[in-house]
Design a protein around this ligand. Structure first.
Ligand SMILES: [Zn+2]
Length: 318
């Protein structure tokens, strides 16, 4: 209880209690896990030491209830699932769609999933559930054709050719200029031969054009599988974008991977936050935080279960 009191006190001193009207940590009965209960809160602040703190999230009461009542039915396939169906991309019966937030995104997102990726483990489905109009999930090798769209589509991948988010507009504009020139003046001349000239002329490309990026692609798979998808000719020639290094909160660390290897929903979230500030040049005010609606809840459950486990083992050893 001291620990719980400490967290509440810390939140109080940080002036956050005015927003979260009540924050309790409660031990669930007959269940070895803890959960955080918040009532009447617009914004949710998880325990002070949590990396997902300060997110502007919708009330997660619906998830708390669903967690207490256990698995429920998928209204599409009839399967028994927790929170949502990872094959139909819909919430289950005891998580009504109108009680989960809807996130508006500034661009479309394609997620390419490797067929061997275990559906239940992927966080890609969170994006589809929370921003259904903006997100499409494809299972490799059934992916769209991006031919002729390489001036408005980019792929998130940290490779040797990757550029940073703030340079996306510049590089896409260059591609548009290449295309225009290719059509008008030099139809037979391949783009790469003109590279040097463009680099010299390219200085004013960022000015007053806004962004031309319409779609961003994420690959949802383990590291080895990603390389197989990347070599697909349909993805060749697309602009590759890398994210700023951020530490992951992902609870299923991939073996041998550094803790900067983000889960798909984290990668999407951080991409959008940077896109908002670096490309749209607007102040970020939590517009995409609800993309972590499921993720932060599940993360907290696992963290609390781990804490409960640690406490149990402490009891046993002392
Ligand atoms: Zn289903």
């Amino acid at each position: 209880m001291l620990r719980v009191f400490g967290i509440v006190l810390k939140l109080w001193f940080e002036g956050r209690m005015s927003v979260t009207t009540s924050v309790f940590l409660e031990e669930s009965k007959g269940n070895n896990s803890h959960f955080v209960e918040r009532s009447q809160s617009q914004a949710v602040f998880i325990a002070a030491e949590d990396p997902l703190q300060n997110l502007c999230l919708a009330s997660q009461e619906v998830l708390q209830k669903a967690q207490r009542s256990g698995r429920s039915k998928c209204l599409k396939c009839g399967g028994s699932r927790m929170f949502y169906c990872y094959t139909c991309y819909v919430p289950v019966e005891n998580v009504p769609t109108e009680q989960i937030p809807f996130v508006k995104l500034p661009l479309k997102i394609d997620i390419i999933k490797h067929p061997n990726e275990t559906d239940g483990k992927s966080t890609a489905v969170h994006a589809k559930l929370l921003a259904p109009e903006f997100v499409n999930i494809y299972t490799y090798p059934c992916i769209p054709e991006y031919e002729g769209k390489d001036h408005e589509v980019a792929l998130v991948f940290p490779g040797p050719q990757s550029i940073s988010i703030k340079d996306i507009s510049f590089h896409l504009q260059k591609r548009i200029q290449n295309k225009d020139r290719g059509k008008n003046d030099e139809p037979d001349k391949p783009c790469f031969k003109r590279k040097k000239t463009e680099e010299q002329e390219g200085c004013d490309l960022n000015e007053g054009k806004g962004t031309t990026l319409k779609k961003i692609i994420f690959i949802d798979s383990t590291w080895n599988q990603t390389n197989k998808i990347l070599t697909d000719e349909r993805l060749q020639g697309l602009l590759q974008v890398e994210l700023k290094t951020r530490k992951t909160c992902f609870w299923r660390h991939q073996k041998g991977k550094p803790d900067t290897f983000l889960s798909t929903i984290e990668a999407i979230y951080y991409f959008l936050v940077d896109y908002h500030t670096d490309i749209l040049k607007e102040k970020y005010r939590g517009q995409y935080d609800n993309l972590l609606f499921f993720y932060s809840f599940m993360y907290q459950l696992i963290k609390n279960a781990k804490y409960a486990g640690d406490k149990e083992s402490t009891k046993l050893t002392h």
